[in-house]
Structures are given as C-alpha cells and as structure tokens.
Design a protein around this ligand. Structure first.
Ligand SMILES: *[C@@H]1O[C@H](CO)[C@@H](O)[C@H](O)[C@H]1NC(C)=O
Ligand SMILES: *[C@@H]1O[C@H](CO)[C@@H](O)[C@H](O)[C@H]1NC(C)=O
Ligand SMILES: *[C@@H]1O[C@H](CO)[C@@H](O)[C@H](O)[C@H]1NC(C)=O
Length: 183
C-alpha cells in the first residue's frame, strides 16, 4: 500500500513537471526589458557583469525582442569585432531614442554595445544567444527534424529529440498512473 502510494505520487509529480515544461515551451514571442529595472546604462562598479548575468538568466527564442531603455546614451548592434573592441564605427543598427526595441529574428549570437566608448569599456555591452529551435510552433520542430530539408542549420537543432523523449516519458507516466489507479 505504501509503495503504491509513493509510486502514484511520483508519477503525478513527473506528469506535472512535464506539463509545466511543455507549457513553458509553448509560450509566444516575448519582449525582454534589457537589464530589467536597471535598464541600459553603465554598470555599477560592484556589478560590472550585470549584462552577462542578465543574459544568462533568460532564454531567447526567434521572434522575441529586446527593449533597451536609457537616457542620454545609445545602443548599437555590432559584429563580434565591434563588440570586443567597443568599436562603434560600423554598426549594423544604431538607436539613440531612449527606448529601442530590437527583434531577435534569427538564431545565433547578437552583439550590442553602447555607442559611447567609455560606457562600453565599463561593461555596457551585451551578448544574447538565440536558440536554434522555435518552440512556439510544434510543426516547425517536426519540419526541422526532417532529413528532406536541405538547409544545414536545420540539422543542427539539438532540441527535437528532447521533446520526443519528454512525450515518451509523459506517456510512460500516464500508463503507470492508470495501472496504479486500476489496482
Ligand atoms: C552595489 O552598490 C549599490 C550602491 O552603490 C547597492 O545599492 C547595490 O546593492 C550593490 N550591488 C551589489 C550586487 O552588491
Ligand atoms: C574601428 O573599426 C574600423 C573598421 O571598421 C577601423 O577603421 C577603426 O580604426 C576602428 N577604431 C578603433 C578605435 O578601433
Ligand atoms: C519601451 O518600449 C516598450 C515596447 O514598446 C514598452 O513596452 C515599454 O513600456 C517602454 N518603456 C518605457 C520606459 O518607455
């Protein structure tokens, strides 16, 4: 009796965990406020890694966007070289309107700097990595698994097997739940 109860609650917990991870994956495009309440400005001396920390606590998907909010400053999307050298001479895009929204419209790395050289070297710069799989549309996940696809980027996606094994585990949990319920 004790054993049945504990495996029953295990199955239930597993199902709940899977259901919540599936619903998180199904979220639509999101708008991220860069730096949260801190916004986009020169990091404090005791928190120079504020933007790498901020990026590491979020997951970015194709279709999401970033909102940079700042005062008497700017934001530029640059290439890797521009990022590491705080070189603002040849930006991909540049804004100084105080609230700039940039779309994460492709997978891979995005580099952002303040157009002010001293601000950038003080840590006002951000790298964001956008996931290769768009979780929002399940059909796209399946399409990107298809070997027919000829684009090399489509085969680089690591996520669909995880989705498949999650589905398998959910079914396994359901089966053991039903078995126990019938006992
Ligand atoms: C950094 O210093 C400011 C005051 O200058 C303080 O409000 C903040 O909590 C400190 N942050 C950290 C991460 O220690
Ligand atoms: C920035 O990069 C450009 C090439 O894009 C180069 O001509 C210039 O000297 C660089 N400036 C600095 C300060 O590194
Ligand atoms: C900045 O723009 C975003 C998107 O348009 C909006 O949601 C946000 O409220 C704005 N923030 C400020 C401080 O203006």
């Amino acid at each position: 009796m004790m054993m049945m109860r504990s495996s029953y609650s295990c199955s239930l917990l597993l199902m709940l965990a899977l259901m919540s991870s599936v619903s998180m994956a199904a979220q639509g495009p999101r708008l991220f406020m860069v730096g949260d309440d801190f916004g986009w400005r020169v990091p404090l001396p005791n928190d120079t890694a504020v933007y790498s920390h901020w990026a590491s606590t979020n997951r970015f998907h194709i279709g999401d966007s970033l909102s940079f909010v700042y005062d008497k400053d700017s934001v530029m999307e640059v290439d890797k070289f521009g990022f590491y050298h705080c070189n603002a001479s040849d930006p991909i895009t540049a804004f100084d309107n105080g609230n700039s929204t940039l779309d994460l419209d492709r997978p891979g790395l995005f580099y952002f700097i303040s157009g002010s050289h001293p601000h950038c070297t003080s840590g006002q710069r951000l790298i964001v990595e956008v996931m290769h799989v768009h979780h929002h549309h399940h059909n796209q996940d399946i399409a990107s698994m298809s070997p027919i696809s000829s684009t090399p980027s489509a085969s680089a996606s690591p996520l669909p097997p995880i989705v498949a094994s999650a589905a398998f585990l959910a079914i396994a949990a359901l089966v053991s739940f039903l078995t126990i319920a019938h006992d």
